[in-house]
Design a protein around this ligand. Structure first.
Ligand code: C2E
Ligand code: MG
Ligand code: MG
Length: 604
């Protein structure tokens, strides 16, 4: 740094010759030079001009250089100005440093030394200043940063609080919505939807409980009078108050709901019907003793009630509610103010009546050829081919819907029209053999009743002859239960048809109590292991053992084995390792219309 023109230097000496020498020596560097010849004026120049550096004579009359230095250093404004002392003796130097000087030069002043030191200290001071400024900047940047962090933190805290508020609001809104969707607006009791949900849960868990479940329906008699004479406000109010009365009669685990205009339902558990009726009576008298007052008028209401014990005859919640409603309606029919109890025997009669109504419909379906043949393929495990299929019938009802065998076969059996169905299915099946590949075998399900009928064998042989069918293309499936109930007839039936070439399957094998006995007695060709052993064979070790033992015994008697209800690939894979001859089930083929099936078969 050889150009000092932007710096101001103050030289202080009581000897003006010294000052002149200094001025000459510094001239090449061209600083702005100020001079003072005593301490006081040095201080005032310093305060006024704020020089960048001071050259200060130590020994001056009056205020010494050391005193000037102290004063400069004491003032905040000037404290940073570097001071180089000029001294005639090195002895003063220690004190010079202690009062704040940065350097000293011994007089007579050497020009080079002066220039070098001045330059060095100006440079140092400038660097220090720059450093201070940088520090200042840094600390202000830091401050700003801290402020920002604080601000952001505050914002985050606020956002968090807002979010939490929003979440809480939403939650409470959701709670409200869920409450509203499950509760009746007027009485704040459960609504019909919630009741159905609760009843579904209860009915699913009821088996593990020693008490019995009951559903009681209550209908207010002449509720309409209040509504008509006093208006809907009064109607709502009476319902609200009655709901309170009802609540007062309930035990902790009871479930009460308003399921219609003036209909309340209560689900409760009780040891038996006697206790249940006692409870319902108490509820009834509480409701009937309640007096409703509206604008000076007083109303009292009797109630009609229906009580249902939930037992196995009730198979669903909708069934339960409809039974309860019907039972309650019985009370209404009697003029109200009654408790009617649902009667299982009566229900049985109802069911029988319902089934009886189905009998002419089944007959009609037979006449109109609305009994439809579906077939399900039976896969041969040895060569993965389909050479057999089981005929499964469906009934197209009056509405055109296809009904499963469970809809009409049990009724047909009970009302003795099953042999007509069997004849029909046999006829259609043997006719259908023509549309199927040569040697293809159809398995037809036959009832015990048909087997016991006179002329059954002749009927079948007649069909085989008239259709010129190969008897070995017909396999007759007899369920274990029907074989048992008609053992002699079954033995005779088999012994007459077998010599012709017809085959026989023992269906649903394993469901009876002494299944193996019948393997000995009946000359069957095939056993069909019931689906209940097959369905979860891959996870149930007991079922697997059961199947293994059926297979072992069947093989010992040269009887072939079908596993039915093979639903999954896992079950199929496992069964293939068990020496089973045939597999049948939704996992391999879902039953389909026989024409579609034979069409597909010929295109396969
Ligand atoms: P089944 O002879 O034991 O027939 C097998 C039943 O299991 C059929 O039900 C069939 O659709 C079903 N099934 C097949 N694979 C699977 C599977 O993977 N999973 C499950 N869950 N089920 C499967 P479908 O058609 O409802 O027949 C029921 C019963 O009705 C038959 O049992 C049979 O005993 C009787 N049946 C059907 N058609 C006739 C008929 O024309 N005459 C007589 N007398 N009885 C029939
Ligand atoms: Mg069958
Ligand atoms: Mg079966």
């Amino acid at each position: 740094m050889r150009d000092l023109s932007r710096f101001t230097i103050l030289a202080v000496d009581d000897d003006s010759i010294n000052l002149r020498v200094i001025a000459q020596q510094l001239a090449p560097l061209a600083p702005r030079l100020l001079v003072a010849t005593d301490g006081q004026s040095a201080l005032s120049v310093t305060q006024r001009e704020l020089p960048d550096l001071i050259l200060l004579d130590i020994n001056m009359p009056g205020m010494s250089g050391l005193d000037v230095c102290r004063a400069v250093k004491e003032s905040e404004k000037t404290a940073d100005i570097p001071i180089i002392f000029l001294t005639s003796s090195e002895q003063d130097t220690a004190e010079a440093f202690s009062v704040g000087g940065v350097d000293y030069i011994v007089k007579p002043v050497d020009s080079d030394a002066l220039q070098a030191r001045v330059c060095t200290h100006l440079h140092l001071s400038a660097s220090l200043k720059a450093l201070d400024e940088t520090n200042l900047l840094l600390s202000s940047a830091n401050e700003r940063l801290e402020k920002k962090v604080e601000e952001r933190t505050r914002e985050l805290v606020n956002t968090n609080a807002n979010l939490r508020r929003e979440i809480n609001e939403r939650r409470s809104l959701q709670d409200k919505l869920s409450f509203l969707s499950h509760h009746d607006f007027v009485t704040r009791m459960y609504n019909r939807f919630a009741l159905e949900e609760k009843l579904t849960e209860q009915m699913a868990s009821a088996e593990t409980n020693s008490t019995k479940g009951f559903l009681c329906l209550t209908d207010l008699d002449q509720f309409k009078i209040v509504n008509d004479t006093c208006g809907y406000l009064a109607g709502d109010e009476i319902l609200r108050q009655l709901a309170e009365v009802l609540r007062g009669q309930l035990d902790k685990d009871d479930i009460a709901a308003r399921i219609g205009g003036d209909e309340f339902a209560v689900y409760f558990r009780s040891a038996d019907m006697g206790f249940a009726i006692a409870k319902v009576r108490a509820v009834k008298s509480a409701l009937e003793n309640f007096e409703f007052e509206w604008m000076g008028d007083r109303f009292k209401h009797s109630v009609s009630m229906g009580l249902v014990e939930i037992d196995e005859s009730i198979d669903s919640v909708s069934h339960l509610i409809s039974v309860a409603e019907r039972t309650c309606y019985q009370s209404k029919l009697k003029g109200g103010g009654e408790i009617s109890v649902y009667n299982v025997t009566r229900a049985h009669v109802d069911k029988t009546q319902q089934q009886m109504r189905l009998v002419p419909l089944i007959r009609q379906a037979l006449e109109e050829e609305r009994i439809k043949l579906h077939v399900q393929a039976i896969h041969c495990t040895q060569n993965d081919t389909i050479t057999k299929a089981e005929v499964l019938s469906r009934m197209r009802d009056g509405t055109g819907r296809l009904q499963p065998p469970s809809y009409f076969i049990p009724v047909a059996e009970k009302f003795h029209i099953i042999d007509a169905i069997d004849k029909y299915v046999l006829t259609k099946s043997i006719e259908a053999l023509k549309t199927l590949p040569e040697k293809f075998q159809l398995s037809v399900n036959i009832s015990g009743e048909f087997i016991g009928k006179e002329g059954a064998v002749d009927f079948i042989t007649g069909l085989l002859t008239s259709n010129a069918a190969d008897p070995s293309q017909l396999c007759i499936e007899i369920t274990e239960s029907s074989a048992i109930s008609n053992l002699d007839a079954t033995i005779e039936f088999i012994s007459r048809l077998k010599p012709l070439g017809c085959e026989f399957s023992l269906d649903d094998f394993g469901t009876g109590t002494s299944s193996y006995e019948y393997l000995k007695k009946l000359a069957i060709d095939i056993v069909k292991i019931d689906g209940m052993f097959v369905r979860d064979v891959e996870t149930d070790a007991v079922n697997r053992r059961m199947i293994e033992s059926i297979v072992a015994i069947a093989k010992a008697k040269s009887i072939r084995v079908v596993a039915e209800c093979v639903e999954t690939q896992a079950a199929k894979a496992l069964l293939e390792t068990l020496d089973i001859d045939y597999l049948q089930g939704f996992g391999l083929h879902e039953p389909e219309d026989i024409d579609v099936f034979s069409n597909n078969l010929s295109h396969r």
